[in-house]
Design a protein around this ligand. Structure first.
Ligand code: BV8
Length: 238
């Protein structure tokens, strides 16, 4: 499963960057988007329709119902062996960056520090007017619904389709991608940009690219080492 070549690179790498997607949380019971689970469609709307800038403008209560439902599913989900393995990696290398597309907070829950959350976090909200942030962890339905500073509506602190990514997070992710010598892409269908572009950016900058996914993706073709395995099965073996 892990070639001698990869093991040697892993043991000598100075700068490592990891990009994760919903697949790394699958073994925690978090439904993936394209695995046909309960988060692929909401009341007949595909997730990239309900999770969109347009829906926030047109029907914020519906967007909140969708996110509060997912927060309910997440309540019983714990980090799995893959999250814990990556939390151990952060002290193995001179420079380590964990970038995630996930909004479930499971990397931090497993002990990862400084996780770059490209698409925000489902346990936070912010005011649509003054952008004050709120921690809504444990509050289902979410609270507050209106900002206690200016009274405007709160919205999920999650990057939706058609929205820009947080500039700082994207910059940090791109910097880590171009400066690393080993880049892992774990549990993503590699379809959503700009996150999916990080692996190619890294490869073009000279990194050795590893993909961990039970299925092929558009990225598999230009990976140096595609590993057809579940994250929870293979990551503890490094
Ligand atoms: C942007 C948070 C600039 C929300 C997410 C029209 C208008 C505007 C933009 C666009 C447009 N057309 C295209 C775009 C760009 C768009 C895009 O890329 N669309 C795609 C569909 C073509 N991108 C955007 O809109 C981004 N912003 O471009 O801004 C802009 C702004 C305005 C106008 C123009 C441009 C913002 C994208 C962020 C969206 N938010 N999440 C929420 O959660 O509801 S995206 C969401 O889906 C994820 O975060 C992730 O990024 C993405 C893909 O999901 P994955 O994580 O890969 O999960 P998936 O289920 O797909 O795959 C799971 C994988 O795991 C599978 O491969 C499976 O085999 C594997 N797996 C399963 N089990 C395991 C496993 N692997 C390992 N171990 C296991 N056990």
């Amino acid at each position: 499963m892990i070639s001698e070549r990869l093991r040697e690179k892993f043991n000598t790498a100075k700068h490592v960057c990891v990009l994760t997607g919903a697949g790394i949380s699958a073994e925690s019971g978090v439904p993936t988007f394209r695995g046909g689970g309960q988060t692929a469609v909401w009341k007949g709307m595909p997730f990239d329709e309900i999770s969109s800038a347009r829906m926030v403008r047109e029907n914020l209560p519906e967007v909140w119902e969708w996110f509060d439902y997912r927060r309910g599913v997440l309540k019983d989900c714990e980090p799995n062996a893959a999250h814990f393995a990556l939390a151990k990696w952060q002290d193995k290398f001179a420079d380590f960056t964990l970038v995630t597309q996930n909004i479930d907070g499971l990397h931090a829950a497993a002990g990862s520090r400084g996780v770059v959350e490209l698409h925000g976090n489902i346990q936070r909200a912010y005011c649509t007017n003054c952008e004050k942030r709120f921690d809504i962890r444990g509050k289902i339905p979410h609270a507050p619904d209106e900002c206690d500073e200016c009274g405007a509506k709160a919205r999920p602190d999650v990057v939706l389709f058609g929205e820009m990514l947080p500039a700082g997070a994207l910059f940090n992710a791109q910097s880590a991608a171009v400066n690393c010598d080993l880049f892992f892409v774990i549990g993503t269908s590699a379809l959503v940009y700009p996150a999916a572009g990080l692996a190619e950016l890294s490869k073009r900058a000279g990194a050795f690219l590893v993909e961990i996914n039970p299925e092929e993706t558009p990225m598999t073709g230009f990976c140096d080492e595609p590993i057809r395995a579940r994250a929870g099965e293979i990551l503890p073996l490094f």
